[in-house]
Design a binder for this molecule. Structure first.
Ligand code: FCB
Length: 453
């Protein structure tokens, strides 16, 4: 089926709206030990028996590191305005402090040059989870020293690339690194301690604010911000217990990040709930965290539903599910974006990740991923609806350019709009890729018509 989703009027987006596609270093690059790269906490975590569903690791991944030119052609073939990628800290600075690795930074220079040569804006993320293992040995993000090491790393990357990239994101999804990495322990570094998780979240936010200040002082011209994973959180039933539980979860996952970034304070209800697990804060920290940003990035996949008894399950909610078991709720994205706009004073907002895993079949060189196409089209429409309701939306990016290493799920979950055969590393654009390309062509035609009208 070709383009099963007609372009509705609400799919018209303002000129200057940035369309993109996203990846991250650890998930696609491979080349885990090439050219002086250091070990990351994900390299180490993958070696823990049982940590990754299929027992896999990032050693080869999509081998993007060695296939840069052809992958650039895939990105260009989509007709996107922007490509969001992350820099692997241990590739650029193997021990996380001290000496930088020139070969590592040269790889990202080639990537940025290749994008610019194709008219694509580079959107760079400094930390998409792959902390140098050497820093973890000193306590990782729980150690306040890591804040200053991150600022030094950020300054080095910005000095080399800051004038050529359109945007720099400090951290991708601090909640995931803090809570999944240090409270539930299902992600690297696999720690299970709530107090540690809250200290990690504080250090991530602090390092974000201090990095912004340092990059601005250095004259960095890229626009600076952070990317949060957020969902609208609602109660499973109207019972007071469920409503209270949902409010607390909204506090822990949304307000714990939005309030410090945009108001310079942590939410009092969550603070009280945490008891002895509250983070240690030093004078000046909150003001640094609230350093104004040029943009806010949001990653959206599904809604959150909370029941006090824990009885609610996405599996029985009646909504369609992705291969991750996540409910498909495009209207949740509109709900989230309008709520953010109502409760905080926002800079331009970007959806920096949105997409879905499904079990694809590659047949005669095609992947007819109708569900993924439907998912993307309906979420783009949800962004259009938020725009119509006055939210300052500035861009949208699909997760992900290609199938890749989906963290604790390994290679079993495929989020790409390009299929990757992991045995041969052959890339095959799926129907969703072709749909997005055609959608972007139509957007360009609207833009051209608007400028000549
Ligand atoms: C997000 C991550 C991204 C990818 C998607 C599915 O939480 O930022 O790397 O794994 O989920």
């Amino acid at each position: 089926m070709n383009s099963p989703f007609p372009l509705h009027p609400q799919h018209r987006f303002p000129p200057g709206f940035v369309w993109g596609v996203a990846t991250s270093a650890f998930q696609i690059e491979g080349a885990a030990q090439a050219d002086g790269k250091g070990e990351s906490i994900w390299d180490r975590f993958c070696r823990q028996p049982g940590a990754i569903a299929d027992g896999s690791n990032g050693d080869q991944a999509c081998d993007h590191y060695h296939r840069l030119e052809s992958d650039l052609e895939l990105i260009a073939g989509l007709g996107v305005d922007a490509y969001r990628f992350s820099v692997s800290w241990p590739r650029v600075q193997p021990l996380g402090q001290g000496a930088f690795n020139e070969a590592g930074i040269v790889f990202y220079e080639r990537l940025v040059q290749g994008l610019l040569a194709r008219g694509i804006k580079p959107y760079l993320t400094l930390n998409h989870w792959d902390l140098p293992q050497a820093l973890q040995e000193q306590g990782g993000w729980a150690n306040r020293d890591t804040v200053q090491h991150f600022v030094a790393y950020a300054r080095h990357v910005a000095q080399r690339l800051g004038h050529r990239v359109a945007a720099i994101t400090t951290h991708n999804e601090p909640w995931v690194m803090a809570v999944l990495g240090h409270e539930s322990g299902i992600f690297a570094p696999g720690i299970r301690h709530r107090g540690t998780a809250m200290q990690v979240a504080h250090h991530l936010l602090l390092s974000h604010g201090l990095a912004l200040q340092a990059l601005r002082a250095d004259g960095c011209t890229a626009r600076l911000g952070i990317v949060l994973n957020l969902s609208p959180i609602g109660p499973a039933t109207p019972s007071p217990e469920d409503v209270a539980a949902a409010r607390l979860e909204d506090g822990r996952s949304v307000r714990w990040y939005m309030d410090p970034l945009f108001r310079g304070e942590y939410p009092a209800d969550v603070w009280q709930h945490l008891g002895a697990d509250v983070p240690h804060i030093e004078p000046g920290d909150m003001a640094a965290i609230a350093t104004p940003m040029d943009f806010l990035g949001i990653n959206y996949y599904t809604r959150g539903v909370v029941s006090a008894s824990g009885a609610w399950s996405a599996q029985t909610s009646g909504k369609p599910l992705t291969d991750m078991g996540w409910e498909i709720v495009p209207e949740g994205l509109t709900e989230l974006l309008t709520r953010l706009n109502r409760d905080w004073t926002l800079p331009p907002l970007y959806v920096k990740e949105n997409g879905a895993a499904f079990q694809d079949t590659l047949q005669e060189g095609r992947v007819h991923d109708v569900e993924r196409t439907d998912y993307i089209a309906s979420h783009i429409a949800a962004v259009g609806e938020a725009l119509a309701q006055g939210v300052p939306m500035a861009g949208y990016m699909v997760w992900s350019l290609m199938d890749n290493f989906e963290w604790a799920s390994g290679y079993a979950k495929r989020f790409g709009i390009v299929h990757v055969d992991y045995a041969t590393l052959t890339r095959t654009p799926k129907d969703s890729y072709l749909w997005y390309r055609d959608f972007l062509l139509a957007q360009q035609a609207h833009r051209a018509a608007a400028t000549t009208a």
